[in-house]
Write a protein that binds this ligand. Structure first.
Ligand code: PAF
Length: 279
């Protein structure tokens, strides 16, 4: 496996005759990321994993500085997991000057849910992802469903900017109790870690009720938030949305052929977790 730090080396390593697949990450890899690398391996013949903690997607009060950086271990995992190339540029390589040109994703998709709580987040994500796409020029890129809204925003960007890249989703990988794997799980202490699976439990309850015929969305969402609050969480949102564009479903039963997803974000102690479940 080649470990590459510079754009010049990346261009030399990129083999245009091979079908290349990009897995963008911020490092601190876990089994969820490795499942994306596995998908990449099946989809192409040059797998490039990027590791870059993108300052543009962190607000000043967020965890950019303390975000776990575990580069040596990440490389071991990626080598065993089947990545051909690791592209891990320093900040100065990707942002040699202030990034004045940025991507402004449509507010209807990017300023709701995560984007409402983290203003500018998806602009930061889209800007770095577009830059990585320009550098790597992959045929395919793999994104996890754990970041459901991110996946939709990236798909939308690729479609609207006519980028010749197929976006492939990867299923969320969970601990046996249901907690979705995330680099931020590492911030949890032992008792919080036991509690953390309740976020998934709250989503499962919502999904079960919707499947059983409930469609009073505000009440369902409030009950899920209350469930979390009484257990000591600080929920930002629990929201049932249309899978296609994350729009709010109409009051009453959803139209057939309009599949739903329930998304949630909540803080447990100082750690903010997100999760979702397709219904
Ligand atoms: O999902 C992530 O890890 C990041 O948002 C991404 C896509 C690598 C962009 O920095």
């Amino acid at each position: 496996m080649q470990v590459i730090r510079s754009i010049v080396e990346l261009r030399a390593a990129r083999d245009p005759k091979r079908k290349s697949v990009l897995v963008p990450t911020m490092g601190n890899l876990h089994a969820g990321h490795l499942s994306l690398v596995k998908i990449a391996r099946e989809r192409g013949d040059q797998v490039i994993t990027s590791i870059f903690v993108n300052k543009l997607q962190f607000a000043p009060h967020e965890d950019f500085d303390k975000y776990p950086r575990t580069f040596e271990r990440d490389c071991e995992l990626l080598s065993a997991g089947g990545s051909d190339v690791v592209f891990a540029p320093p900040d100065s390589e990707l942002y040699p000057e202030t990034q004045g040109y940025t991507v402004r994703p449509p507010p209807g998709l990017a300023d709701i849910l995560e984007g409402a709580v983290r203003p500018g987040f998806f602009s930061g994500v889209c800007t770095v992802v577009l830059k990585l796409f320009n550098l790597v020029q992959p045929d395919v890129a793999v994104f996890g469903k754990k970041d459901y809204q991110q996946l939709l925003v990236i798909r939308n960007m690729v479609r609207q900017l006519a980028l010749p890249i197929e976006i492939v989703p990867g299923e969320t990988v969970r601990e046996p109790a249901g907690l979705a794997l995330s680099s931020r799980n590492g911030y949890l202490n032992e008792s919080q870690r036991n509690e953390a699976a309740q976020l998934h439990a709250a989503l499962r309850k919502v999904a079960a009720e919707v499947k059983a015929g409930r469609s009073d969305w505000p009440a369902i969402e409030r009950e899920a938030r209350d469930f979390l609050t009484t257990r000591g969480w600080l929920p930002d949102y629990v929201s049932v949305r249309l899978r296609a564009d994350l729009g709010a479903p109409a009051p009453g039963a959803p139209a057939p052929g309009e599949p739903l997803v329930v998304l949630a974000a909540a803080k447990l102690g100082g750690t903010r977790l997100i999760d979702n479940l397709e219904i």
